[in-house]
Design a protein around this ligand. Sequence first.
Ligand code: MG
Length: 424
Amino acid sequence: MSRGLTQNGKPATQSDLAELVTDTMTPAPTPSSVAIVVVAAGRGSRAGEGLPKQYRTLAGEPIITHALRALHAGAPQARMLVTIHPDDRALYDAAVARLNPAAQQALLEPVAGGATRQASVKAGLEALAGVAPDLVLIHDCARPFASPALIARAIAAAQTHGAAVPGLAVTDTIKQVDAGGRIESTPPRASLRAVQTPQAFRYALIATAHKLAASTGQMELTDDGAVAEWAGHAVHVFEGDAANMKVTNPEDFAAAEARMMGQLLDIRTGQGFDVHAFTEGDQIWLGGVSIPHTRGLLGHSDADVLMHAVTDAIYGALADGDIGAHFPPSDPQWKGAPSDIFLRHAAQRVRERGGMIAHVDGTVICEAPKVGPHRDAIRAKLAQIMGVDVSRVAVKATTSEQLGFTGRREGVAAMALATVRLPS
Ligand code: MG
């Protein structure tokens, strides 16, 4: 029996009737399927740090991670395909591993870009042939601030016009100059637009235009709007977004970092505390590092007392329970589990909230073993697990002057503070 029908096939109530009428008489219009090509094949490292700029970090995350997260937030139903340089596969994998599972699932296998931006987009569009979306957005990964409103305007404009680009009125007067720097003309400012991405098209239109341009050797068109124009299509401009800046030069990085941090002003501190007792053994785990010792530590998991304190500090900053709530000790699957599972989960919870771990500070309390010689290895390991720079991780050690249970060498205690920045 269908929902809302009585046994004799009649609608059970007036509201069931209304729902049935709505279901059958006026089906919701099928939304156009949308895919997004993200161009990230460039190897420009103009902005420094020796990495291609899309893999440099802003507020602790690679630019490409920010860009993909923003696109997925604006168009959660869209498949995303990134064109990358083949040498950058490991960087790409690390960057997308930071996305939440839904965003990762929206990603198609990346494809190798070409020698020019235009060739890279063409490769991306060809790789979408199997998906055959109605619409495609084409976005430069160096723009990490595409807002949901901008993405919605892009989709609507592509639906209406077939080919559309986001543009902003220019406030500077623009001059056309010759090779010697002499001004040839001053185009009227009112008719000029500075154009951004995502640019938006009917998939078949732009895929065909790119194919045609490539087959005629027309490979120096600087944006996809120009490819569509070249192929004879009318291309419309929709309202861009001044915040949707392109990060290219070192000054852009500084401005983008400030903008990103300016969005993360809900600053919270959490604390964590943990104790594990010594038992038989010849090593203990501290912050993911195995330290040889005359005893081991007793625990349901690997008894990594420092990692447990750090993990709880992060959950504390999020007001998001504690390790026991997320990984109940009653559940046998966590028996002997390596504690990096817990810390990875806590760090992922921060990222899923759009936040960052600003700082973690851990203190180990024991008479032995000595922690100092392992401090930097522990910092590096914790930083790697959390996906933050090692400069944001402090590890300290102290004794309790032979007082109390740590002083009697009965076990190890650890305390931690975590500072987390969330979107305000
Ligand atoms: Mg513990």
